[in-house]
Write a protein that binds this ligand. Structure first.
Ligand code: FAD
Length: 485
């Protein structure tokens, strides 16, 4: 019998498998839908190159999901990594911690500061990293698996952006991951890269320990549902090479990401009762799975600037202004044009995720409901105005049609230019048992059943003011130190 079975060898799953298997008396089994490459050098070059996003439409290492961004619009597509390392294996390598204010809100949401206050999570952030610029500090680690560094020679487009921000009077932030580095200003982005290579959690946590005798790692295995005896989770049903198999374990942990962890729970009978009944899914425990989720709505402003292109991580600098990030991407999305991403980091509008079918091959319906709140539209209008001024100060030529002045017309413009940062979280919210939006408790155990936890970005109960990758790693590091059941 396996002690802990982890579903999903993604960003969080690789961290958890590596940490839990440090105890030779604890057996761990890790199941991942994507392929397994057993050494870092065997990972395809496109996944290793940190200067490009490996998101080709036909890439075998991606999940694709149609989503609706607003109640007005049609569908657009988002992706996730389907490979060991998960989305950390395909992402932009931005590795920035959430802020003190985020953790104050998180601790308030769970009505406890025991596990998720700033002070409580700092050791887990420190354990994860080897900060190559700042070394060991009270707030930085130097011996963790993830190399973290800021660029020493910014690309010309990044340098022009930073100079324009200085002209606009924004202060420079020396270390975005320091406790005093979370205020407004422009800072170099900490990245999880090594010599131009993307360092996923598979590369730096899992592969170095994959040969441990108490750790079993399986690729190309898709988990269909969790198996219960009463309300005790006792195993999983999987598809491997087109055949149905089962694995049993003492404790099951879902680390399949905010989309698939919620979908697996619902398929297994843990979700909104009426909805599950409509899909003929037997109910194990009614729960608000997928009833709330959040992400970072983003507007892209294209511009021309005659500076040379050069190999760089997609984002070297970021300007933060309260709940806004302005991102000067170094990778052109349209030939001959650069892009400023303008993202709202703490939107009030929230989305929902629901199964469309009990068939695992049918992706769930994801409704973002972006721009529903007047607050979000007001903040984005202001942010676009600031970003437009920065483009002007850079001496660049704007290519995107300008946002009209009148708020109503400006809102139409926001709808027309809207995208998402692909940071979905919160589908299995953390909170106390009496919170009617909560799915897991503060130790990440699913309410109402035994032997089942969710450990990934699904559990975060508040919008995060920064990109979520570093915080996903922190969640797994933190939970690895919690009592086993
Ligand atoms: C293109 C892109 C760029 C991004 N850039 C950044 C960035 O630069 N910085 C940042 O902070 N954030 C970024 N993000 C977001 C960030 O990478 C993710 O939010 C974070 O990595 C999520 O981690 P996770 O562990 O929750 O899920 P994932 O890392 O997605 O892991 C889930 C894993 O579970 C596996 N899985 C799913 N279902 C099953 C199943 N049924 N059976 C078995 N296995 C299953 C998946 O294949 C995957 O490996 C980006 C995201 C994307 C998509």
């Amino acid at each position: 019998m396996t002690d802990t079975l982890i579903v999903g060898g993604g960003t969080a799953g690789c961290v958890l498998a590596a940490r839990l298997s440090e105890d030779p008396n604890h057996t761990v089994r890790l199941l991942e839908a994507g392929p397994l490459w057993t050494t870092p050098d065997a990972i395809p070059a496109a996944l290793r190159d940190a200067t490009r996003l490996p998101l080709a439409a036909d890439a075998s290492w991606l999940w694709h999901y149609p989503v609706r961004l607003t109640d007005r619009g049609g569908t657009t597509n988002i992706v996730r990594g389907k490979v060991f390392g998960g989305s950390s294996a395909v992402n932009g390598s931005y590795f920035v911690r959430a802020t003190g204010a985020d953790f104050a809100a998180w601790a308030a949401a769970v009505e406890s500061s025991r596990c998720w206050s700033s002070d409580a999570v700092l050791p887990a952030y420190r354990r994860s990293e080897n900060d190559r610029d700042f070394g060991a500090q009270p707030w930085h680690g130097q011996s963790g698996p993830i190399p973290v560094r800021r660029t020493a020679n910014p690309a010309p487009v990044s340098a022009e952006f930073a100079a324009a921000c200085a002209v606009e009077g924004f202060p420079a932030v020396a270390d975005m991951n320091a406790p005093d580095g979370t205020g407004d200003g422009v800072g170099l982005v900490p990245c999880n890269t090594e010599a131009g290579r993307r360092v996923s959690t598979a590369a730096c946590y899992l592969l170095p320990v994959a040969a441990r005798p108490n750790l079993a790692v399986h690729g190309s295995v898709s988990v269909v549902r969790i198996l219960f005896r009463g309300t005790d989770a006792v195993g999983v049903e999987v598809l491997r090479d087109g055949r149905v198999e089962t694995f049993s374990a003492d404790r099951i942990v879902l680390s399949a990401g905010a989309i698939e962890s919620a979908a697996i729970l619902q398929r297994s009978g843990i979700g909104p009762a009426e909805h599950l009944r409509a899909l003929d899914i037997p109910i194990v425990h009614p729960a608000p799975v997928g009833g709330w989720c959040t992400d970072h709505p983003e507007i892209g402003l294209e511009y021309r600037l005659s500076v040379p292109e050069c190999a760089a991580v997609p984002l070297e600098y970021v300007l933060t202004i309260d709940d806004i990030e302005i991102r000067p991407y170094t990778v052109p999305f349209t030939p001959g044009q650069w892009r400023l991403g303008v993202a709202l980091m703490r939107p009030e509008s929230a989305g929902v995720l629901r199964l469309r079918s009990a068939d695992p091959a049918v992706p769930p319906a994801i409704e973002y409901r972006y721009l529903a709140a007047e607050h979000d539209r007001t903040r984005l209008r202001a942010a676009v105005a600031t970003a437009t001024e920065i483009i002007r100060k850079m001496g660049a030529t704007a290519c995107t049609d300008p946002m009209p002045g009148p708020p109503h017309a400006a809102d139409d413009w926001l709808h027309a230019n809207l995208a998402t940062s692909q940071h979905l979280s919160g589908t299995c919210r953390m909170g106390p048992a009496n919170d009617d939006r909560a799915v897991v408790d503060e130790l990440c155990r699913v309410h109402g059943v035994d032997g089942l936890s969710v450990v990934d970005l699904s559990v975060v109960p508040v919008p995060l003011s920064r990109g979520p990758q570093a915080t996903t790693v922190m969640i797994a590091e933190n939970v690895a130190g919690f009592p086993v059941r």
